[in-house]
Design a protein around this ligand. Structure first.
Ligand SMILES: [Zn+2]
Length: 288
Protein backbone atom coordinates (compact mmCIF):
# COMPACT_ATOMS: atom_id res chain seq x y z
CA UNK A 1 0.00 0.00 0.00
CA UNK A 2 2.97 2.23 0.62
CA UNK A 3 3.78 2.11 -3.10
CA UNK A 4 0.50 3.66 -4.11
CA UNK A 5 1.03 6.63 -1.91
CA UNK A 6 4.57 7.23 -3.06
CA UNK A 7 3.78 9.01 -6.40
CA UNK A 8 1.45 11.40 -4.58
CA UNK A 9 4.15 12.16 -2.07
CA UNK A 10 6.70 12.77 -4.84
CA UNK A 11 4.22 15.06 -6.62
CA UNK A 12 3.70 17.18 -3.54
CA UNK A 13 7.44 17.41 -2.97
CA UNK A 14 7.95 18.45 -6.60
CA UNK A 15 5.32 21.14 -6.22
CA UNK A 16 7.17 22.54 -3.25
CA UNK A 17 10.50 22.62 -5.06
CA UNK A 18 10.10 25.94 -6.91
CA UNK A 19 9.27 27.62 -3.60
CA UNK A 20 12.16 25.95 -1.83
CA UNK A 21 14.46 27.05 -4.65
CA UNK A 22 13.20 30.60 -4.45
CA UNK A 23 13.57 30.80 -0.69
CA UNK A 24 17.05 29.38 -0.91
CA UNK A 25 18.01 31.88 -3.60
CA UNK A 26 16.78 34.76 -1.49
CA UNK A 27 18.61 33.53 1.57
CA UNK A 28 21.83 33.14 -0.37
CA UNK A 29 21.60 36.66 -1.69
CA UNK A 30 20.77 38.35 1.59
CA UNK A 31 23.38 36.40 3.53
CA UNK A 32 26.21 37.15 1.10
CA UNK A 33 28.90 38.36 3.48
CA UNK A 34 30.09 41.93 3.28
CA UNK A 35 32.80 43.93 4.95
CA UNK A 36 32.32 47.51 6.09
CA UNK A 37 35.16 49.89 6.82
CA UNK A 38 34.29 53.13 8.60
CA UNK A 39 36.98 55.79 8.81
CA UNK A 40 35.79 58.05 11.60
CA UNK A 41 35.58 61.78 11.12
CA UNK A 42 37.79 63.00 13.96
CA UNK A 43 40.00 65.52 12.16
CA UNK A 44 43.70 64.86 11.65
CA UNK A 45 43.62 61.64 13.68
CA UNK A 46 42.93 57.99 12.90
CA UNK A 47 40.29 55.58 14.11
CA UNK A 48 38.99 52.99 11.67
CA UNK A 49 36.37 50.35 12.33
CA UNK A 50 36.40 47.18 10.23
CA UNK A 51 33.31 45.03 10.53
CA UNK A 52 32.29 41.80 8.85
CA UNK A 53 29.38 39.83 10.29
CA UNK A 54 29.92 39.78 14.04
CA UNK A 55 33.66 40.27 13.70
CA UNK A 56 35.24 43.62 14.39
CA UNK A 57 38.67 45.22 14.28
CA UNK A 58 39.45 48.75 15.39
CA UNK A 59 42.59 50.32 13.98
CA UNK A 60 43.72 53.26 16.13
CA UNK A 61 41.82 55.35 18.64
CA UNK A 62 42.25 59.00 17.66
CA UNK A 63 43.19 61.63 20.23
CA UNK A 64 42.33 61.53 23.92
CA UNK A 65 39.57 64.07 23.25
CA UNK A 66 37.98 61.76 20.66
CA UNK A 67 36.97 59.26 23.35
CA UNK A 68 33.32 60.29 23.42
CA UNK A 69 32.96 60.28 19.63
CA UNK A 70 34.62 56.89 19.14
CA UNK A 71 32.74 55.21 22.00
CA UNK A 72 29.41 56.63 20.80
CA UNK A 73 30.05 55.40 17.23
CA UNK A 74 30.76 51.92 18.61
CA UNK A 75 27.70 52.09 20.85
CA UNK A 76 25.53 53.18 17.89
CA UNK A 77 26.50 49.91 16.22
CA UNK A 78 25.98 47.92 19.46
CA UNK A 79 29.64 46.97 19.50
CA UNK A 80 30.82 45.87 22.94
CA UNK A 81 33.41 43.39 21.74
CA UNK A 82 36.40 43.68 19.41
CA UNK A 83 38.19 40.74 17.86
CA UNK A 84 41.25 42.89 17.33
CA UNK A 85 42.38 46.28 18.59
CA UNK A 86 45.36 47.54 16.68
CA UNK A 87 47.34 50.65 17.52
CA UNK A 88 49.54 51.49 14.53
CA UNK A 89 51.95 53.66 16.54
CA UNK A 90 52.07 55.72 19.70
CA UNK A 91 51.44 59.27 18.48
CA UNK A 92 48.69 61.08 20.35
CA UNK A 93 46.34 61.10 17.34
CA UNK A 94 46.41 57.28 17.16
CA UNK A 95 46.83 55.97 20.73
CA UNK A 96 44.85 58.87 22.28
CA UNK A 97 41.66 57.09 23.39
CA UNK A 98 43.09 53.57 23.38
CA UNK A 99 43.00 53.31 27.19
CA UNK A 100 39.34 54.35 27.22
CA UNK A 101 38.45 51.85 24.47
CA UNK A 102 40.38 49.05 26.19
CA UNK A 103 38.65 49.90 29.46
CA UNK A 104 35.15 49.80 27.98
CA UNK A 105 35.22 46.96 25.46
CA UNK A 106 35.84 43.27 25.67
CA UNK A 107 38.82 42.67 23.35
CA UNK A 108 40.23 39.33 22.17
CA UNK A 109 43.53 40.46 20.71
CA UNK A 110 45.53 43.67 21.10
CA UNK A 111 48.48 44.48 18.85
CA UNK A 112 50.86 47.42 18.66
CA UNK A 113 54.35 48.12 17.31
CA UNK A 114 57.47 46.99 19.11
CA UNK A 115 58.90 50.17 20.62
CA UNK A 116 58.31 52.30 23.66
CA UNK A 117 56.19 55.40 23.34
CA UNK A 118 56.98 58.61 25.16
CA UNK A 119 53.55 60.16 25.60
CA UNK A 120 51.18 59.98 28.54
CA UNK A 121 48.48 58.46 26.28
CA UNK A 122 50.87 55.58 25.60
CA UNK A 123 51.45 54.98 29.33
CA UNK A 124 47.71 55.04 30.01
CA UNK A 125 47.15 52.52 27.22
CA UNK A 126 49.85 50.20 28.54
CA UNK A 127 48.36 50.42 32.04
CA UNK A 128 44.86 49.72 30.70
CA UNK A 129 45.96 46.51 28.91
CA UNK A 130 48.25 45.23 31.65
CA UNK A 131 47.47 41.58 32.29
CA UNK A 132 45.47 41.17 29.07
CA UNK A 133 45.80 37.56 27.95
CA UNK A 134 46.55 38.30 24.29
CA UNK A 135 48.29 41.61 23.81
CA UNK A 136 51.59 41.84 22.00
CA UNK A 137 54.17 44.05 20.38
CA UNK A 138 54.45 43.03 16.74
CA UNK A 139 58.06 42.66 15.56
CA UNK A 140 57.51 39.98 12.89
CA UNK A 141 54.92 39.80 10.11
CA UNK A 142 51.73 38.26 11.49
CA UNK A 143 48.53 37.07 9.83
CA UNK A 144 45.03 36.37 11.03
CA UNK A 145 41.41 36.12 10.02
CA UNK A 146 38.48 38.36 10.74
CA UNK A 147 35.39 36.40 9.77
CA UNK A 148 35.88 35.72 6.06
CA UNK A 149 38.60 38.36 5.74
CA UNK A 150 42.32 37.66 6.00
CA UNK A 151 44.75 40.21 7.28
CA UNK A 152 48.52 40.51 7.45
CA UNK A 153 50.29 43.03 9.66
CA UNK A 154 53.71 44.33 8.63
CA UNK A 155 55.92 45.96 11.25
CA UNK A 156 58.78 48.24 10.15
CA UNK A 157 61.70 46.37 8.62
CA UNK A 158 65.06 47.26 10.21
CA UNK A 159 63.62 49.60 12.85
CA UNK A 160 67.17 50.54 13.95
CA UNK A 161 67.30 52.72 10.82
CA UNK A 162 64.59 54.87 12.28
CA UNK A 163 65.87 54.95 15.87
CA UNK A 164 69.20 56.32 14.72
CA UNK A 165 67.47 59.46 13.55
CA UNK A 166 67.18 62.19 16.12
CA UNK A 167 63.82 63.11 14.59
CA UNK A 168 60.58 61.39 15.61
CA UNK A 169 60.50 57.78 14.55
CA UNK A 170 56.98 56.96 15.75
CA UNK A 171 55.43 57.46 12.31
CA UNK A 172 57.94 55.26 10.52
CA UNK A 173 57.31 52.47 13.05
CA UNK A 174 53.62 52.29 12.05
CA UNK A 175 52.13 48.85 11.66
CA UNK A 176 50.87 48.46 8.10
CA UNK A 177 47.94 46.13 7.50
CA UNK A 178 46.82 44.45 4.33
CA UNK A 179 43.32 43.01 4.48
CA UNK A 180 41.71 40.81 1.82
CA UNK A 181 38.04 40.12 1.40
CA UNK A 182 36.96 38.05 -1.59
CA UNK A 183 38.88 39.42 -4.54
CA UNK A 184 39.41 42.85 -2.98
CA UNK A 185 42.33 44.19 -0.96
CA UNK A 186 42.50 47.05 1.52
CA UNK A 187 45.68 48.68 2.81
CA UNK A 188 46.06 50.59 6.07
CA UNK A 189 49.33 52.49 6.27
CA UNK A 190 49.26 54.33 9.59
CA UNK A 191 51.51 57.39 9.44
CA UNK A 192 54.32 55.88 7.36
CA UNK A 193 56.58 58.62 6.03
CA UNK A 194 59.27 58.87 3.38
CA UNK A 195 61.88 56.52 4.91
CA UNK A 196 59.33 53.80 5.59
CA UNK A 197 57.65 54.24 2.20
CA UNK A 198 61.06 53.95 0.57
CA UNK A 199 61.69 50.74 2.49
CA UNK A 200 58.23 49.38 1.64
CA UNK A 201 58.73 50.04 -2.08
CA UNK A 202 61.83 47.82 -1.92
CA UNK A 203 60.26 45.19 0.35
CA UNK A 204 59.34 41.87 -1.22
CA UNK A 205 55.61 42.38 -0.66
CA UNK A 206 52.82 42.86 -3.16
CA UNK A 207 51.32 46.17 -2.02
CA UNK A 208 48.73 46.28 -4.79
CA UNK A 209 45.30 47.08 -3.39
CA UNK A 210 41.86 48.33 -4.36
CA UNK A 211 41.53 50.75 -1.45
CA UNK A 212 44.06 52.57 0.70
CA UNK A 213 44.02 54.62 3.90
CA UNK A 214 46.65 57.10 2.75
CA UNK A 215 49.78 57.24 4.89
CA UNK A 216 50.32 60.12 7.34
CA UNK A 217 47.05 61.97 6.76
CA UNK A 218 47.82 62.26 3.06
CA UNK A 219 50.97 64.31 3.62
CA UNK A 220 52.94 64.59 0.42
CA UNK A 221 56.50 63.35 0.03
CA UNK A 222 58.45 62.31 -3.04
CA UNK A 223 58.17 58.61 -2.13
CA UNK A 224 54.36 58.77 -2.06
CA UNK A 225 54.29 58.79 -5.86
CA UNK A 226 56.35 55.60 -6.21
CA UNK A 227 54.47 53.91 -3.42
CA UNK A 228 51.00 54.73 -4.78
CA UNK A 229 52.06 53.68 -8.27
CA UNK A 230 52.96 50.30 -6.80
CA UNK A 231 49.71 50.04 -4.80
CA UNK A 232 47.57 51.28 -7.71
CA UNK A 233 44.34 51.56 -5.69
CA UNK A 234 41.00 52.67 -7.09
CA UNK A 235 40.00 54.45 -3.87
CA UNK A 236 41.88 56.40 -1.23
CA UNK A 237 40.81 57.85 2.10
CA UNK A 238 42.70 60.47 4.09
CA UNK A 239 42.12 61.61 7.64
CA UNK A 240 42.39 65.40 7.71
CA UNK A 241 41.03 68.49 9.47
CA UNK A 242 40.02 71.90 8.13
CA UNK A 243 43.04 73.35 9.97
CA UNK A 244 45.31 70.88 8.17
CA UNK A 245 43.58 70.10 4.87
CA UNK A 246 44.83 67.90 2.05
CA UNK A 247 48.01 69.11 0.40
CA UNK A 248 47.76 70.30 -3.21
CA UNK A 249 50.62 68.00 -4.26
CA UNK A 250 48.80 64.96 -2.87
CA UNK A 251 45.54 65.91 -4.59
CA UNK A 252 47.42 66.39 -7.87
CA UNK A 253 49.17 63.04 -7.47
CA UNK A 254 45.89 61.21 -6.80
CA UNK A 255 44.40 62.81 -9.93
CA UNK A 256 47.43 61.92 -12.00
CA UNK A 257 47.24 58.28 -10.86
CA UNK A 258 43.49 58.22 -11.37
CA UNK A 259 42.79 57.37 -7.71
CA UNK A 260 39.42 58.43 -6.32
CA UNK A 261 39.90 60.52 -3.23
CA UNK A 262 37.79 60.64 -0.06
CA UNK A 263 38.47 62.41 3.22
CA UNK A 264 37.01 62.65 6.69
CA UNK A 265 36.52 66.43 6.65
CA UNK A 266 32.74 66.36 6.31
CA UNK A 267 31.91 63.06 8.01
CA UNK A 268 32.78 59.39 8.37
CA UNK A 269 33.91 57.66 5.19
CA UNK A 270 32.07 54.35 4.84
CA UNK A 271 33.29 51.63 2.49
CA UNK A 272 31.25 48.50 1.82
CA UNK A 273 32.51 45.49 -0.11
CA UNK A 274 30.85 42.18 -0.95
CA UNK A 275 34.08 40.62 -2.12
CA UNK A 276 33.57 41.66 -5.73
CA UNK A 277 32.48 45.29 -5.70
CA UNK A 278 33.38 48.23 -3.50
CA UNK A 279 31.28 51.31 -2.72
CA UNK A 280 32.68 54.29 -0.84
CA UNK A 281 30.58 57.15 0.46
CA UNK A 282 31.09 60.15 2.65
CA UNK A 283 28.44 60.44 5.35
CA UNK A 284 27.29 64.00 5.78
CA UNK A 285 28.05 65.63 9.12
CA UNK A 286 24.27 65.73 9.81
CA UNK A 287 24.08 61.96 9.46
CA UNK A 288 27.43 61.17 10.99
ZN1 LIG B 1 48.73 60.69 12.72
Amino acid sequence: MKHKRLPALIMSLLMLLPFAGCAQGQTEESSKPTIEITVFSIGKADSILVRTGDNTMLIDCGEESDEEYILSELEKRSITHLDVLQITHFDKDHVGSAAAVAGKLDIDKIIYPDYEGTRSEYSKFMQAIEGHSDSSAVSEIISGTLGEAQYTVYPAESPENYYSDDSEYDNEMSLVTKLSFGSKTFLFTGDAEKKRLKSMIKQDVDWSCDWIKLPHHGRYCKQLSGFLSQCAPTYSVMTISSAEPAEDDTIALLKELNIQSFDTLSGNVVTVCDGETITVKNESTEEG
